[in-house]
Design a protein around this ligand. Structure first.
Ligand code: NAI
Ligand code: MG
Length: 462
């Protein structure tokens, strides 16, 4: 054990929500202009950039994610706050030309209020930032509930708010378990909106609980994303894209390209290249810069990944690479699992239908574009998809047909603060990032002003 965190219960959650509610209803935050909020956000971003290396090390130590990846991620994180700081004083309503004489009608885009932000363990600071940056820009206040496995980086980050000069209570962190801390937060009547990232199963429970007091909900949930390779693709670039889609972050990402659809004419060559590449992936200490794949985050994840490898075998998929825990002296006691590749997978198998959240790739061959699209869309999820082809018409045609919130063409796993991100179907609702995300943290008020100064017939509508 390297650190400890408090285990909040319902009473702690209530205190946290009251403090954040007061900051919204009574504190100076609620009367600040967007320009003033932006100033604070930029200061926070400066501090985040200054502390990026330390925060990256804390997060990497907490969840085993590569420092190599975290360095880049946290360096970029400040950009989220700069971008949304820039948006904070541009959140505006409109004037509406009235259909009736003598009225002035306009709208205001107002903050939704108190947000409960619940995040998982795989990328705590990044996934929190997806919520926090637009929420602060919009003028909301936020109670954050990190995952019980990985509270450390968020607690460290929270210290920067005071230093940046935010009024007390604008952001509050409660650490604890899902049932004891997360659930009371969702159910709290003082919470106006819940922004959740995690499993689809918990997302459904969150939405049901939020419904009891009609809190708004945005959900970023699981995925079983298709990565699609046509026979005219550049197989070298494709190979790297496939590896980044499933082995980067040890496969523990919601956007993992876990179903690899390959045209039968490209199949054998791509699989051969993949095997070669998988053989060179360097497993090791996530804090060392040359490591390419770290361990999975905790024991339950290791058990889960291993059990799916067994399921794949029993379903008749062919295990062509990996599938075991490495046996070297350095790695055998960690939660390491080899990069794992199954071929001859059928889209109906459980390994092709259920989110494994680990470095396990299912390769599915296809013959025609029509059959491919049917299969790629035959999933309960719809978070992301990749397309690899040199044919520009095919690329756009297929991109438009896929039921997914993000489609990458000849790339995979790229994200930005300015580009909307979110799921179709059971991958969630609402969008994070981009100006689009501000809609999830604001609500529209219409103001009608009578201009004639005369009295009107009380029994006639409008
Ligand atoms: P989870 O969805 O249960 O946990 C995510 C967050 O929700 C944590 O902060 C947790 O404390 C909180 N939570 C749990 N139950 C809650 C409830 N009833 N009300 C409010 N908050 C609650 O995910 P978990 O259990 O960590 O992982 C299970 C599986 O979910 C993973 O193996 C993976 O397949 C998937 N997962 C997917 C993620 C994604 O980004 N798509 C992220 C994390 C997990
Ligand atoms: Mg859970």
């Amino acid at each position: 054990m390297w650190t400890t965190a408090p285990e909040a219960d319902e009473e702690d959650v209530d205190r946290a929500v009251r403090a954040v509610r007061a900051a919204f209803d009574e504190g100076p935050w609620g009367t600040m202009t967007g320009t003033e909020r932006a100033r604070l956000m930029r200061r926070l971003a400066d501090l985040l950039a200054e502390n990026a290396q330390e925060l990256a090390t804390v997060e990497s130590t907490d969840n085993g994610k590569l420092l190599r990846e975290m360095g880049g991620q946290l360096g970029a994180l400040a950009e989220w706050y700069y971008y949304f700081a820039g948006a904070a004083d541009k959140i505006q309503g409109e004037t509406i030309p009235s259909d009736k004489p003598n009225f002035f009608v306009y709208t205001r885009r107002e903050p939704i209020g108190v947000v409960g932000a619940i995040v998982p363990w795989n990328s705590p600071l990044l996934l929190l930032t997806f919520k926090l940056a637009p929420a602060l820009a919009a003028g909301c206040t936020v109670v954050v509930k990190p995952a019980e496995q990985t509270p450390a980086s968020i607690l460290e980050f929270a210290k920067l708010f005071e230093e940046a000069g935010f009024p007390p209570g604008v952001v509050n962190v409660i650490t604890g378990f899902g049932e004891e801390a997360g659930r009371p937060l969702v159910r709290h009547p003082g919470v106006d909106k819940v922004a959740f990232t995690g499993s689809t199963q918990t997302g459904i429970a969150v939405m049901k609980d939020a419904a009891d007091h009609l809190a708004k909900v945005s959900l970023e949930l699981g995925g079983k994303s298709p990565n699609i390779v046509f026979d005219d693709a550049d197989l070298e670039a494709t190979n790297n894209g496939v590896v980044s889609g499933i082995f980067a972050a040890t496969g523990q990402t919601c956007i993992a390209g876990s179903r690899l659809f390959v045209h039968e004419r490209a199949h054998d060559e791509l699989v051969e290249r993949l095997l070669e590449k998988a053989g060179t992936i360097k497993l090791g200490d996530p804090l060392e810069m040359e490591t390419e794949m770290g361990p999975v985050a905790f024991e339950e994840q290791l058990d889960k990944v291993q059990s799916y490898i067994e399921v794949g075998r029993q379903e008749g998929a062919e295990l062509v690479y990996g599938g075991k825990r490495p046996e070297t002296e350095q790695l055998k006691d960690g939660y390491f699992i080899e990069p794992t590749i199954f071929t001859r997978v059928n889209n109906d198998m459980r390994v092709a239908r259920e989110e494994i959240f680990g470095p396990v790739l299912s390769v599915i061959p296809f013959e025609s574009e029509e059959e491919l699209i049917k299969q790629a869309n035959d999933t309960s999820y719809g978070l992301a998809a990749g397309i690899w082809t040199r044919d520009i018409q095919k690329a756009h045609r297929v991109a438009h047909t896929l039921r997914a919130g993000t489609v990458w063409v000849n790339t995979y796993r790229t994200l930005s603060f300015n580009t909307p991100f979110g799921g179709y179907k059971m991958s969630g609702m609402g969008r994070e990032n981009g100006l689009e995300s501000l809609k999830d943290y604001t609500q529209v008020k219409s103001v009608w002003v009578e201009l004639s100064g005369q009295t009107r017939d009380p029994f006639k509508l409008g």
